[in-house]
Ligand binder design. Structure first.
Ligand SMILES: Cc1ncc(COP(=O)(O)O)c(C=O)c1O
Length: 394
């Protein structure tokens, strides 16, 4: 049986989330005009709908993907067309070119784990073939490339706030090309907004980030859970989603929420959080993970270095023995993310060996700004022990 994660997989709210941010740090919100939305997958759907993509159209999606990238395309009525990536996770534009048809309308370009694609090259490809470029910055809310903030090259860019900030939900759609003129969103309902903030606080209490207030909040949340349990036995007509439904991965696409905005509390946290602190700490934690885990047997970091301007979402590690290692990580409560664990069944088998391999073998570990140094140490030691013992067992 797996234990709950012993340390937080996602950013956690505390006083340290804020503070003076004199220098700031470039983010996707600096790339152009933007609208806050609720989820990154909904933001992709928003962009597809806004540009008029519909049944009969085709959207190019890289073979290394998660369903949160495919579902909005299916929702729009368009057909996903998959193309290869290289071992360095660069989009294979030659392969994409071979898959074009007269119905091709758009291409989705993700910055895997925060590491930037060659955007000028992708931009030129899309211009040549009259494709709408959706720059997927779900893993790269912060960062700059070629002297521009992430998201600058796309006709639309999307960001996923909850992967970077201590919030329960939140995303954005951005356009540096003036594509959002006239677009609007709908505010989140009061109940859902309160629920989102309560979830954020509850996560912080779970990981003891509220100082002397922690026991007070814990008691209040226990009472709330007891009350909620009794309400659940006689559920009202519309039952709100379970707590923390968003945490830890994609949980289903709801097309009725495509224009729904972020909650008020998440918007405030995103605006007030110190982005330079986030960038600095994420990069520092990433480098610690790289130097501790890099030399271990039975694995290698997916990327050889951490270029300037990259603010990583996670630390991706390519593991030799995933079937042995993954259950041990779960048993010990180590937070581990597996992007692309499930590839679309519509993708032809063998289309991209690299994606199929990475889908099984790339594990991602948190490097977010709110990890305490003892938590990071604990995680690195557990991973090292597990990898070493898997190697010793052969
Ligand atoms: C590359 C990529 N794009 C888009 C999304 C969708 O973001 P969200 O989880 O905010 O819906 C995800 C989610 O994991 C993702 O990994």
């Amino acid at each position: 049986m797996s234990l709950p994660e012993k340390i937080p997989k996602n950013p956690v709210l505390s006083c340290q989330s804020f503070g003076r941010d004199e220098r700031g740090y470039p983010s996707v919100l600096d790339a152009g005009e933007f609208l806050f939305l609720n989820r990154g997958s909904l933001a992709i759907a928003f962009a597809l709908k806004h540009v008029g993509i519909a049944g009969g159209d085709e959207v190019l999606i890289p073979a290394y993907h998660c369903m949160a990238m495919v579902e909005p395309v299916l929702w729009s009525g368009a057909k996903p067309v998959f193309f290869r990536i290289s071992e360095s996770t660069r989009l294979d534009l030659e392969d994409a070119g071979l898959r074009l048809s007269s119905r091709s309308r758009a291409l989705i370009a993700p910055h895997y784990f925060g590491f930037h694609q060659d955007m000028p090259e992708i931009r030129a490809f899309c211009d040549r073939h009259h494709l709408v470029l959706i720059e997927d910055c779900a893993h790269a809310f912060l960062g700059e490339t070629g002297g521009h903030p992430v998201g600058y090259y796309g006709d639309y860019a999307i960001g996923s706030a909850w992967k970077f900030f201590p919030v329960d939900e939140g995303a954005c759609v951005v356009s540096s090309k003036g594509r959002l003129a006239g677009a609007s969103t709908e505010p989140m309902g009061l109940f859902s907004g309160i629920k989102s903030f309560v979830n954020t606080l509850e996560y912080a209490v779970e990981y003891r980030r509220m100082g002397w207030l922690n026991p007070v909040f814990r008691l209040a949340f226990r009472l709330k859970d007891g009350l909620w349990k009794s309400v659940k036995q006689n559920p009202p007509a519309s039952t709100p989603p379970d707590k923390n439904e968003n945490r830890g991965g994609h949980t289903g696409f709801d097309g009725s929420r495509v224009t729904q905005s972020i909650s008020r509390s998440s918007r405030m946290i995103v605006s007030a959080a110190s982005k330079s602190r986030m960038a600095k700490r994420r990069r520092e934690n990433y480098l610690k993970l790289q130097s501790r885990l890099g030399p271990l047997p039975g694995c290698r970091p997916l990327f050889g270095s951490l270029p300037e301007g990259v603010v990583p979402h996670v630390f991706p590690l390519l593991v030799d023995n995933p079937e042995k290692v993954f259950p041990r990580l779960k048993e010990e409560g180590v937070p581990v993310i597996r992007f692309g664990e499930y590839l679309s069944l519509d993708m032809e088998k063998g289309l991209c060996r690299v994606s199929e391999d990475y889908s099984r073998r790339v594990f991602q570990f948190p490097c977010h700004q709110d990890l305490k140094s003892e938590e990071l140490e604990w995680m690195m030691n557990r991973i090292a022990n597990i990898l070493e013992s898997a190697q010793a067992q052969g």
